[in-house]
Write a protein of this length. Structure first.
Length: 210
């Protein structure tokens, strides 16, 4: 799980979106709004000094609203989603979201002037799922390939997976979570995630806040 958290942290620098009054193409939406968060990271001394509250707030406001957590949870759990009760599903969505809050907040706290190169979008009119390809440019390091899979949710495009250097976050977490469910059950997986999230200082009351 730690490896996936580290990989997902890299992705925070490319997908940083604010609220949009109009529906934009997924690549335009990402490119147009990413600069907002990067600008905040460059200027906000509190965030640079590790102000956890401001970092979490930035994550909540600028990044996570454009993730479809229920869809991601379905993909991550696979067949275990359908085997779970509605209560278990709701609890898992909450804790999986909190896991991403922790991961992205940690990434933003480590921002060191990374830049982003966006590749041309290859999509057809009417596509319900697209992939936005980016490269995270880091001084002194090789570029990191980050691909965002987005699906239409009503009129909005939302992220349902992130692939970093050909490693899918959804697929990787699915393997880890499936082992836990098989060994200890769904309730145990939810509790383990909840415990880690509380230790990281991240918790929300219920699914209504998502």
């Amino acid at each position: 799980m730690r490896r996936m958290a580290n990989l997902l942290a890299v992705a925070a620098f490319a997908f940083s979106t604010g609220a949009m009054a109009e529906t934009l193409a997924p690549d335009v939406m990402i490119k147009t709004t990413a600069s907002e968060v990067l600008d905040i990271l460059k200027k906000d001394k509190d965030i640079q000094n590790g102000d956890t509250k401001k970092i979490v707030m930035l994550t909540e406001e600028k990044i996570l609203p454009h993730f479809n957590f229920e869809r991601m949870s379905q993909l991550v759990l696979g067949r275990n989603w359908h085997k779970s009760s509605k209560e278990q599903q709701d609890k898992f969505v909450v804790e999986f979201r909190n896991l991403l809050v922790r991961t992205y907040s940690s990434a933003l706290a480590k921002y060191r002037n990374q830049s982003i190169d966006y590749k041309p979008l290859r999509a057809q009119t009417g596509d319900a799922r697209v992939v936005v390809k980016t490269l995270i440019m880091q001084s002194g390091s090789q570029p990191v390939k980050v691909d965002y899979s987005l699906e239409k949710d009503g009129e909005e495009w939302k992220v349902v997976d992130v692939t970093i250097e050909d490693v899918s976050i959804v697929t990787s977490y699915r393997s880890q979570f499936e082992d836990t469910v098989k060994k200890d059950g769904m309730d145990s997986l939810i509790q383990k995630l909840a415990d880690k999230n509380r230790q990281g200082g991240i918790a929300i009351a219920d699914k209504k806040q998502i």
